[in-house]
Write a protein that binds this ligand. Structure first.
Ligand SMILES: *[C@@H]1O[C@H](CO)[C@@H](O)[C@H](O)[C@H]1NC(C)=O
Ligand SMILES: *[C@@H]1O[C@H](CO)[C@@H](O)[C@H](O)[C@H]1NC(C)=O
Ligand SMILES: *[C@@H]1O[C@H](CO)[C@@H](O)[C@H](O)[C@H]1NC(C)=O
Ligand SMILES: *[C@@H]1O[C@H](CO)[C@@H](O)[C@H](O)[C@H]1NC(C)=O
Ligand SMILES: *[C@@H]1O[C@H](CO)[C@@H](O)[C@H](O)[C@H]1NC(C)=O
Ligand SMILES: *[C@@H]1O[C@H](CO)[C@@H](O)[C@H](O)[C@H]1NC(C)=O
Ligand SMILES: *[C@@H]1O[C@H](CO)[C@@H](O)[C@H](O)[C@H]1NC(C)=O
Ligand SMILES: *[C@@H]1O[C@H](CO)[C@@H](O)[C@H](O)[C@H]1NC(C)=O
Ligand SMILES: [Cu+2]
Length: 566
């Protein structure tokens, strides 16, 4: 570009941002993390909540707005809050994962998260990113178009967040601590929930079942969020078609379906129309369980879609929908293949970084200094998991972002492998000699602006499983998914470079693979991890360290003065 035209371009950009910031607002919120009595499944629990609400408060903003949330920790645990799916352009200090972008907010402490929404519209959510607190510390984050801008679909009459959750009839922190101590898999949950309520099929729950109103002829936008800790879920509504219009705060070409599958971390926006006889219909969710021979919570949560004119008719029987079998991978595949971006996405056609990461489980031999009761995994082992054979360990005395920013040595190493150190038949019968990964705090460095492709390859070590892989600080295009081992010769031809979906979490098919692309235009330390919390605990994570580019607008901001230190 010539000097004069680039000058003109800069003026245009400044003008555009001045115009768009004219009606952008700053929303200030107070989040108090505290124990609160919550009664579920006949028992009262001292549950960690935000502002005494479960689920926590819904944040509603417009694209371009700024959020300022002061989090005060009045609980007895360390806590941090993550704004799931928010890009956090240059504001990595506000991302939230403990020991990655900040040290935890300790009991009695506080921290103010500040960030601006840039070009994202749809449904996201917020949740704790410390131990298993997100079991109860979560809420919806709704981003509407800029004021005056329309949705790319007819404006719905109503909008309803549908938060799918997972409930333990115990303190979830005790559950994860027990698993860490024993090396076995943690206890499975006792219920799933819709907007915090298990629903009619559980003991002591029918009084409080969530009711979603609808009028005959009207359209309701359901903003479905899978906030469950460890379980991908099917979701359906009796007798009603669902028209999918967005996922992870990106619009999609609309398509209709009877059933959704969401991995933990994923969101899906669907339109539903009151076109059935005035009555009551169940919405229901239950497990999609791809791991074989592993125990899981096989219960079903329900809410009621209630036509307003049917409200007083107590005699009506609520209609129950069919749900796919727990292992119905064909339904999952058919659903995910329908996803196409709306509009013209800017998919990188060339790549600078060609990465191949295996994702999967493992078993560690019992360390010699451990007693038997600490090795209660299969045949006296301890469960583990890894990416490219590295089981991720969080630092303890400083966050990765602080260590990077201040140049503190010895906190991490920048040698996360670009491809598996050993090539093997990833989805075949894997030799036992390959099952034990190495522990490490390893990051992969990316130059500012580099175009990155990652093949995420499931392994069948211990068991293959559908892993919801979530990247912080970015949305990525999902170019292709498939089963077996990724084959670059054959599978590259299947890449969708025209209208691939843009997401922040990809459900990597069980015994299969997914290919994602993004441009590294957001400097910082960004964790990529499985969103099944049980797998994060075992180490299924890594960190991309994205370097600053040139000048202020391509560089990480300075850390806030109140950033918690360790
Ligand atoms: C896990 O389940 C076992 C068996 O039901 C039970 O004895 C144990 O107390 C549970 N652990 C926690 C932390 O709830
Ligand atoms: C799950 O529960 C359903 C009934 O709700 C039952 O038909 C099915 O056999 C159960 N499956 C497993 C694997 O426990
Ligand atoms: C699903 O599980 C049932 C038993 O619970 C089994 O009969 C069936 O073959 C399984 N289907 C698949 C696709 O694995
Ligand atoms: C545990 O040991 C039994 C008996 O040797 C074997 O059949 C089984 O495959 C082992 N399981 C695992 C996960 O290693
Ligand atoms: C943090 O621990 C590492 C070793 O684990 C050490 O090298 C480093 O100096 C420590 N950093 C601080 C700030 O104490
Ligand atoms: C997997 O390989 C092991 C030897 O490495 C063998 O003992 C076992 O029978 C094989 N299992 C299957 C299902 O092929
Ligand atoms: C992972 O590394 C350990 C230690 O070097 C090795 O024993 C194991 O075979 C490796 N596994 C894979 C899948 O690379
Ligand atoms: C809480 O965070 C501090 C660092 O800020 C850390 O030293 C401590 O171990 C953490 N506590 C727990 C229970 O993780
Ligand atoms: Cu996983």
């Amino acid at each position: 570009m010539e000097a004069s035209s680039s000058f003109f371009f800069v003026i245009l950009v400044l003008l555009a941002s001045a115009l768009s910031s004219a009606n952008a607002r700053v929303h200030e919120h107070q989040f108090v993390v505290q124990a609160h009595k919550v009664k579920r499944l006949c028992k009262t629990h001292n549950t960690i909540t935000v502002n005494g609400q479960f689920p926590g408060p819904t944040l509603e903003i417009n694209n371009g707005d700024t959020l300022v949330v002061k989090v005060t920790n009045k609980a007895r645990y360390n806590v941090t809050i993550h704004w799931h799916g928010i890009r956090q352009m240059r504001t990595g200090w506000a991302d939230g994962p403990e020991f990655v972008t900040q040290c935890p907010i300790r009991p009695g402490g506080s921290y103010t998260y500040r960030f601006t929404i840039q070009g994202q519209e749809g449904t996201l959510w917020w949740h704790a990113h410390s131990s298993w607190l997100r079991a109860t510390v979560y809420g919806a984050l709704i981003i509407r178009p800029r004021e005056g801008d329309p949705y790319p679909f007819p404006k719905p009459k109503r909008e309803t967040p549908i938060l799918l959750g997972e409930w333990w009839d115990a303190n979830p922190i005790d559950v994860v601590r027990e698993a860490t101590r024993t090396g076995a898999a943690p206890n499975v949950s006792d219920a799933y929930t819709i907007n915090g309520q298990p629903g009619d099929l559980y003991k002591c729950s029918s009084q409080d079942t969530t009711v979603v109103p609808i009028d005959s002829g009207e359209t309701n936008l359901l903003r479905v969020i899978n906030a469950a800790l460890n379980q991908p879920l099917f979701f359906t509504v009796a007798n009603h078609k669902l028209t999918v219009v967005g996922a992870d705060a990106s619009y999609l070409k609309p398509f209709t379906t009877n059933v959704l599958m969401l991995g933990p971390g994923q969101t899906t926006d669907v339109l539903i129309t009151g076109d059935q006889p005035s009555s009551r219909y169940y919405m229901a969710a239950r497990a999609y369980q791809s791991a074989q021979n592993a125990p899981f919570d096989n219960t079903t949560t329900t809410a009621i879609l209630q036509y307003r004119s049917a409200k007083t008719a107590t005699s009506i029987k609520t209609v129950m929908p069919p749900l796919p079998a727990y292992n119905d991978t064909n339904t999952v595949t058919a659903f995910s293949r329908k996803f196409r971006s709306l509009g013209r996405p800017e998919v990188p056609t060339e790549i600078d970084e060609n990465l191949f990461f295996t994702v999967g489980l493992g078993l560690n031999k019992c360390p010699p200094n451990f007693r038997k009761r600490r090795c209660q995994g299969p045949n006296g082992t301890r469960f583990t998991s890894s990416m490219n054979n590295v089981s991720f360990v969080l630092p303890r005395n400083v966050s990765i972002l602080q260590a990077h920013h201040l140049g503190v040595p010895g906190v991490f190493t920048a040698d996360f492998p670009a491809s598996p150190p050993v090539k093997f038949d990833y989805t075949g019968n894997v030799s036992r000699s390959l099952w034990q990964p190495v522990r490490g705090t390893k990051v992969y460095k990316l130059k500012y602006g580099s175009r990155v492709q990652v093949v995420l390859q499931d392994t069948s070590i211990f068991t293959p499983e559908n892993h919801p892989i979530h990247l912080h600080g970015y949305d990525f295009y999902i170019l292709a998914e498939g089963f077996g081992n990724f084959n670059p010769k054959k599978d590259t031809a299947k890449f969708n470079l025209v209208d691939p979906p843009l997401r922040n979490t990809v459900a990597v098919p069980v015994r299969g693979w997914a290919v994602i692309r993004f441009v590294a235009d957001n400097p910082g330390a960004w964790i990529m991890h499985c969103h099944l919390d049980v797998h994060i605990n075992w180490g299924l994570a890594m960190v991309f360290l994205v370097e600053n580019g040139v000048g202020k607008l391509q560089s990480l901001e300075a850390p806030p003065a109140d950033l918690p230190l360790c």
